[in-house]
Design a protein around this ligand. Structure first.
Ligand code: FAD
Length: 406
């Protein structure tokens, strides 16, 4: 049974987030982007409309909506600016999914609830100076001492790291064990002591209204009760988080494409050349047609992945494909939107330039364009197959712990 109608509840929700983002977030973005000043109140604003726990079951403090709601929120937030979507996607897509999917019931109540209720902001710390695409090269060490772990190492390019209270961090308990040593920890800033420090990265090419941090772990303390999953399960935890993070990037990218389409249509209907709207010119129409095509493809791709996730099914292939296609198309559409605007587009006063810079990041994080290309080829060639989830994502929202969940 296939139903492409979102239904009244989700349509209404999307309108609500669109109005919220347009009124509460959009006015500040150009100045924040220009001055490289992320909004310290952004997360609190997202919490005003229940976004931090939008697709978390109510029994863990969330709004009890579903994955399509999260995707719609990402699309609407990125329509304004990818920095707004990034704050939600690292919190809900990456950090919370890991704790929800791999955490115990006690951890879900203790750690997930404050995140879902918007009382704590989460982020995701996987990348290191020498370990990006190659997660196996991760070097951050975790040493157990009684009821504690001490974490030593460095994480880089961590979105929202300067504002987060909870860091889902990946460290190895034994570098000799390769991926089998990687372990996930929910590091709470309040408990980590002086061994946890963060520092913002400035002068980024794009996403300048978004915080991106270096996280220094110098004997940061983590209660053993905050280990997510068993020792050695961290690689699987990270990969399942990325399935959900890529879903958020993909749905967000549809927002960039729609924004570029709307900008370009408005400009093409008012700019006159040789006494006629430039929208009448075939080559301008070609760019606008491409944006419309790409929006429809992008939207269908992320909705397919969300549909699978709502049914508790694995979406690794579909989320990776959606992330790859949508991020590339968003970048292309932003480039075309700039072109439609002529010299006006070459100015930062035109939003197309900001969309172009921002969309470049989505082709790098959560698996680069090349990594996604490789994944798509490996699935097609049969070199890679998705096994059933070791810890199934319960259909979301669900009414009780599902079979196999922890
Ligand atoms: C704005 C921003 C925000 C970020 N936020 C986060 C965050 O919140 N948390 C986090 O953990 N990380 C985050 N990252 C880091 C991001 O996930 C990594 O930068 C990314 O995974 C790539 O790693 P790298 O930069 O080390 O590049 P490398 O892995 O060194 O790659 C360099 C080049 O080699 C190519 N390459 C690498 N491996 C292969 C391969 N197997 N086949 C073909 N080509 C390959 C890459 O595609 C790339 O072109 C963020 C990055 C940015 C830019």
């Amino acid at each position: 049974m296939l139903d492409l109608e979102l239904g009244e509840q989700l349509e209404e929700f999307a309108r609500l987030i669109r109005d919220f983002a347009g009124q509460r977030l959009a006015p500040e973005i150009p100045a924040r982007d220009r001055d490289q000043e992320p909004d310290p109140e952004l997360f609190a604003k997202l919490a005003e409309v229940g976004l931090p726990g939008v697709c978390t079951p109510q029994r863990y403090g969330g709004a009890g909506m579903d994955w399509l709601a999260l995707g719609l929120a990402c699309e609407e937030l990125e329509y304004v600016d990818a920095s707004c979507r990034t704050a939600l996607s690292v919190h809900a897509g990456l950090c919370m999914t890991g704790i929800y999917q791999w955490g115990s019931e006690e951890q879900r109540q203790r750690l997930l609830r404050p995140l879902a209720e918007g009382r704590a902001q989460g982020c995701f710390g996987l990348t290191e100076p020498e370990a990006g695409s190659d997660v196996r090269a991760l070097r951050t060490r975790a040493r157990r001492e009684g009821d504690l772990y001490r974490l030593r190492g460095q994480k880089v390019w961590i979105s929202m790291g300067d504002f987060a209270e909870v860091f889902l961090v990946f460290a190895t308990v034994d570098p000799e064990r390769g991926t089998e040593g990687i372990t996930a920890f929910a590091v709470e800033r309040a408990l980590a002591g002086p061994g946890l420090r963060t520092q913002p990265i400035h002068d980024k090419y794009g996403l300048r209204a978004s915080d991106t941090a270096i996280v220094f772990l110098d004997d940061a303390l983590v209660p053993a009760a905050n280990r997510i999953g068993e020792e050695g399960e961290g690689f699987k935890v990270a990969m399942s988080c990325l399935d959900s993070g890529r879903y958020c990037v993909a749905s967000g990218a549809a927002g960039t494409i729609r924004a570029c389409l709307d900008l370009s249509v408005a400009y093409a209907r008012q700019r006159q050349v040789q006494g006629a709207e430039i929208g009448r010119l075939q080559l301008v129409q070609q760019m606008i047609a491409g944006m419309q095509r790409d929006y429809d493809i992008a939207r269908l791709l992320w909705i397919r992945a969300g549909w699978l996730k709502n049914r508790g099914r694995r979406s690794s292939r579909e989320s990776a494909l959606a992330k790859w296609v949508n991020s590339e198309r968003a970048n292309r559409c932003a480039d075309d939107a700039l072109q439609v605007h002529g010299a006006t587009g070459f100015s930062e006063e035109c939003q197309a330039a900001r969309y172009l810079r921002n969309s470049r990041a989505t082709m790098i994080y959560e698996g680069t364009r090349e990594v996604q290309t490789q994944l798509a080829a490996e699935y097609a060639l049969g070199y890679r197959r998705d096994r059933p989830l070791a810890h199934p994502l319960p259909a979301w929202p669900d009414e009780g712990p599902s079979e196999g969940s922890r």
